[in-house]
Design a protein around this ligand. Structure first.
Ligand code: HEC
Length: 109
């Protein structure tokens, strides 16, 4: 009985955790990432998320560096147009949200 109820609560915890991360693409829309970025082919001022994944996937430190970039903005990685910091010209992004977005981008292929 105890073992059974423990596994039920583990399962429902996992279900809740996956609901919280259900749709990073929606989060990217809410945070206006897709106003500048595209998914596949660069059209606007910022590089496509797939190109970002191809450059950084599997490289040490890339997750941490990109999370910083999503929170603080930056320039010079792709060209001379800067990405503004979160909360300035684009919505605020928490560290957890930045991490979720970066993990999603790095998993694109
Ligand atoms: C106002 C336009 C704009 C918005 C909005 C924007 N970006 Fe960017 N982003 C850029 C530009 C321009 C660059 C390239 C900067 C550079 O060359 O270093 C960039 C670069 C990046 C990079 C690559 C960083 C690197 O070190 O190579 C990531 C990852 C990224 N953006 C994610 C996001 C996410 C996630 C959001 C939404 C929370 C977002 N961006 C919103 C313009 C934008």
């Amino acid at each position: 009985m105890t073992r059974f109820s423990i596994s039920i609560s583990v399962l429902s915890f996992l279900a809740m955790a996956s609901v919280a991360h259900a749709d990073p693409r929606k989060l990217a829309e809410e945070k206006q990432c897709l106003l500048c970025h595209t998914m596949e082919n660069k059209v606007g001022r910022a590089t496509a998320f797939k190109a970002i994944a191809q450059r950084y996937k599997g490289k040490a430190d890339s997750e941490a560096n990109l999370v910083q970039m999503v929170e603080k903005g930056g320039v010079g990685h792709w060209g001379y147009i800067p990405m503004p910091p979160a909360g300035w010209k684009r919505p605020d992004v928490s560290e957890a949200e930045a991490r979720e977005l970066v993990d999603w981008i790095l998993a694109l292929h």
